[in-house]
Write a protein that binds this ligand. Structure first.
Ligand SMILES: [Zn+2]
Length: 381
């Protein structure tokens, strides 16, 4: 009787609930048939699209752009600066923020090399924070170094890397949590200096999930051992990190926070929208999450229109031939086109067709507003 009732309840709930698990779709018509040919691996199967639709390649950004998330080679020799500068010219990248932050002498060397170059108005340098072995008194020391670096010419802090939260240990051996009170003087100093704090927290949530055939990033996780955060004895869960981050932001609302990679919420834009709604000084940049915007062009366009004052263009790794994919997603209405990295995304992209007024904010106006020291010349009014 009890068994029958349970079985009945199970059948009823199975019938009432749509199959919603990842990959759980209805049985396929050819279920049970075996392919007659050897099956390709996911790396081998690259079907040619037969779709015939308009194609608009965009080699140069429509408006001069600021890359808020630049990782150029160290800008210490004129040869390197000339090479990066020439690539920027060809892409219509007007300014690059060097988010490979450097401090002390190394910062001064790069500032001097850029100042002596013919691209002197085209780079902005950020400083970095030494977050190793934090213990009592560290906050004050890090804040003092920050103040010295800003006096030397740094225009912001960052990129604070994902090591903060994932890897960095305190002097006592425990994990340095993002909202550790010892660092409060650092954030308060940044708020007082009115400089942006550019922070990368965690990684895509799938990097923290089981590596099975339902994981969207299976290939990337299979290729890169250092992106696997499944071991809870070593790494916090994704949501634990995000909770620390959210407490940090809420405790320092005067800091101009810039979350890298849309806070790893490009797959859940409403979540980032709620953060923007509650934190007026919060901004975010779009580096390395193009695959998420380009697969939801309608929702992403709506989001970018709604939060047009909070979004910054950023690319992350410096590969000049990859920038045009960004221009194409943001500027065109093209459909079903390739992304540049197969292990980020096995799907195609669609253009968002953003209006000029929004492109201008995304490409340069928002970055100009919150970053001191960028020369205004070269940008449309
Ligand atoms: Zn970065």
């Amino acid at each position: 009787m009890l068994l029958a009732a349970l079985a009945l309840a199970g059948a009823a709930s199975a019938a009432a609930q749509p199959p919603t698990g990842p990959g759980q779709i209805r049985p396929r018509p050819a279920e049970g048939r075996e392919p007659e040919f050897p099956q390709p691996s996911i790396r081998e199967y690259k079907p040619r699209s037969t779709l015939v639709v308009p194609v608009h390649l965009v080699p140069r950004a429509r408006f001069p752009a600021i890359d808020f998330h630049g990782h150029p080679p160290a800008l210490i020799s004129q040869e390197v600066i000339d090479r990066v500068g020439a690539a920027m010219d060809s892409l219509n990248l007007r300014v690059m923020v060097n988010a490979s932050g450097s401090s002390g002498e190394r910062l001064k060397q790069q500032l001097a090399a850029v100042a002596a170059s013919r691209y002197k108005d085209r780079f902005v340098m950020f400083t970095t924070l030494n977050l190793r072995d934090v213990g009592p008194g560290s906050g004050g020391r890090i804040a003092a170094q920050l103040e010295a670096d800003v006096a030397a010419g740094a225009a912001g802090v960052g990129e604070i890397g994902k090591g903060f939260g994932l890897f960095a240990r305190k002097a006592d051996g425990s994990r340095l949590k993002l909202d550790d009170r010892e660092l409060d003087p650092v954030w308060e100093t940044a708020a007082r200096l009115k400089i942006p704090v550019f922070i990368h927290v965690g990684d895509p949530s799938e990097f923290f999930e089981p590596i099975d055939y339902h994981n969207e990033r299976w290939l990337e996780l299979a290729l890169y051992p250092d992106r696997r955060y499944q071991d809870r004895t070593k790494f916090p869960a994704f949501e634990e990190l995000m909770a620390e981050r959210d407490r940090l932001l809420a405790r320092h609302p005067k800091v101009i926070w810039v979350l890298a990679h849309l806070g790893w919420h490009a797959n859940d834009l409403a979540r980032l929208g709620r953060m923007f709604d509650s934190l007026p000084n919060l901004y975010s940049e779009v580096g390395a999450i193009l695959y998420d915007l380009g697969r939801q062009p309608r929702a992403a366009r709506e989001f970018m229109l709604k939060y047009q004052d909070r979004l910054l263009f950023g690319k992350d790794s410096f590969q000049p031939d990859e920038y045009p994919y960004y221009w194409r997603v943001f500027e065109t209405n093209d459909e079903y086109f390739d992304y540049y990295r197969d292990y980020h995304a096995f799907w195609k992209l669609y253009g968002l067709g953003l209006p000029d007024s929004v492109l201008k904010k995304l490409y340069y106006a928002n970055a100009l507003k919150l970053t001191p020291g960028i020369t205004r010349s070269g940008f449309p009014k």
